[in-house]
Ligand binder design. Structure first.
Ligand code: CAA
Ligand code: FAD
Length: 378
């Protein structure tokens, strides 16, 4: 394994870093407070090639691998995890189309996302079942050449705004995962509506919605994979997409550390900068240990994806480790800032609010431990 970034990767990382400094950091706090998705950032990300970069070349995209996607992710999340979730959730919506879709479907659903700024979404969770994803209650009934979808999906990032949403549904509620199907639903499908979920703790610049399906009809050609493949397509997707959550977490931790270093050198107590107290120095050192270790872990998991090797175990470890490490870094970042850390004047309180979600979505960290331990015990 070579840790040296090649020229293209260095340029990509720099592009994402510059984009974050120019387009994200200046507006992150404002959109967090307004609880609004900054659409202009999505458009600008599209213009510079940072939106949906995993779309393959045969569908008109850049075809970036997971390692490169994560390089971008760490940088964007450094600026705002909520805005990163908008971009990341779009990649999450694209992934099942790459995993379960034919080349014709990939072109049909994904090429439009390379022609103008647009998002995808992934609708698995429901009001009554998130962790137990196979217990889904949203139904799909075949009527001639069309699937008819009924039900409600909950907590869907980019929900209702996305051009295409991959919806997981059951054809028989008693059939478990073997009766599930993955269907691509376009934004304008009659009977498809959404309600924005308000008052989130963090990541408030991302849109989270309840999706309602009332006799929504999609042609059979919108089915990804075979009948009964829905759950497995979702699992294979999450095995990959938990890695960008880990990368984003490292970005948050790096921000917490850099803000804390700056503050600790500046703030004085007992006649000297607080950076001279060993208690503060050790907190900074802990952050650095976590960031370096976490980056290695997400890079290993991403590298395995790009090599076409099994990666579910490593992606679960990376997601759980990096999100908890970043939560701790953000928490200690507030501590280092003292009272000032507790208010929005400094960015560290937002880091803590934002990073909490990384421990919940894309499978809670308890579920990551289910995946990890099943791998050990199988
Ligand atoms: N890859 C391929 N197949 C898999 C698989 C994987 N990773 N994991 C399980 N399967 C297969 C199994 O082999 C089994 O197939 P067979 O019956 O043919 O042998 C089948 O799927 C059922 O497997 P399990 O019995 O292990 O499934 P389970 O019901 O016990 O669930 C689970 C396993 C890991 C807990 C799973 O339900 C899970 O991951 N839950 C969490 C859901 C989740 O992560 N949701 C995230 C939503 S997206 C999101 O949150 C996005 C965002 O915020 C932006
Ligand atoms: P539950 O499954 O009810 O879990 C409650 C608690 O019980 C958790 O602590 C959980 O870890 C624990 N628990 C459950 N089962 C077990 C077990 N077997 N062992 C140990 N502990 C267990 N979903 C999507 O499909 N698409 C999205 O785009 C998306 N975006 C989201 C955005 C936001 C802002 C949020 C909050 C959620 C999003 N989600 C999305 C949903 C997210 O994936 C779920 O919230 C998550 O999987 C947990 O499901 P739940 O909320 O139903 O909790």
């Amino acid at each position: 394994m070579d840790f040296t970034l090649n020229d293209e990767q260095r340029q990509l990382q720099q592009l994402a870093r510059d984009f974050t400094r120019k387009e994200i950091i200046p507006i992150a706090s404002e959109y967090d407070q307004k609880e609004e998705l900054p659409w202009q950032v999505v458009e600008k990300a599209f213009e510079v090639g940072l939106l949906n970069p995993s779309i393959p070349e045969h569908a008109g995209g850049l075809g970036l691998g997971m390692f490169d996607e994560c390089l971008i992710g760490e940088e964007i999340a450094y600026g705002c995890m909520g805005i990163y979730t908008v971009l990341m959730a779009s990649e999450l919506g694209i992934a099942p189309i790459l995993i379960g879709g034919t080349e014709e479907q990939q072109k049909r659903f994904l090429t439009p996302l390379t022609e103008k700024a647009g998002l995808a979404a992934f609708a698995l969770s429901e009001p009554n079942n998130g962790s137990d994803a196979a217990a889904m209650g949203t139904t799909a009934v075949l009527d001639g050449d069309e699937w008819v979808i009924n039900g409600t999906k909950m907590w869907i990032s980019n929900g209702g705004l996305a051009e295409v949403t991959v919806v997981f549904a059951t054809t028989d509620k008693q059939g478990g995962h073997k009766a599930t199907v993955a269907l691509v639903v376009p934004k304008d499908a009659p009977g498809f509506s959404y309600n924005k979920i308000k008052h989130k703790l963090g990541q408030r610049a991302s849109l989270t919605s309840e999706l309602v399906f009332e006799n929504v009809r999609v042609p059979k050609e919108n089915q990804l994979g075979g009948l009964g493949d829905g759950f497995k397509i979702a699992m294979k997707t999450l095995d990959k997409t938990r890695i960008p959550v880990a990368a984003g977490s490292v970005g948050i931790a790096r921000r917490a550390m850099e803000e804390s270093v700056k503050y600790a050198k500046d703030r004085e107590a007992f006649g000297k900068p607080i950076a001279q107290f060993q208690a503060i120095q050790f907190k900074l050192a802990e952050m650095a240990i976590g960031i370096e270790t976490g980056r290695l872990m997400y890079q290993k998991a991403a590298w395995l994806v790009d090599q076409g090797q099994p990666h579910g175990f490593e992606s679960a470890i990376a997601k759980a480790y990096c999100s908890e490490m970043a939560f701790s870094a953000a928490n200690e970042g507030i501590q280092i800032h003292g009272g000032y850390g507790y208010v929005a004047e400094y960015p560290v309180e937002k880091l803590l609010r934002d990073v909490k979600l990384n421990m919940i979505y894309e499978g809670t960290n308890e579920i990551q431990r289910v995946v990890i331990s099943r791998n050990l015990l199988k």
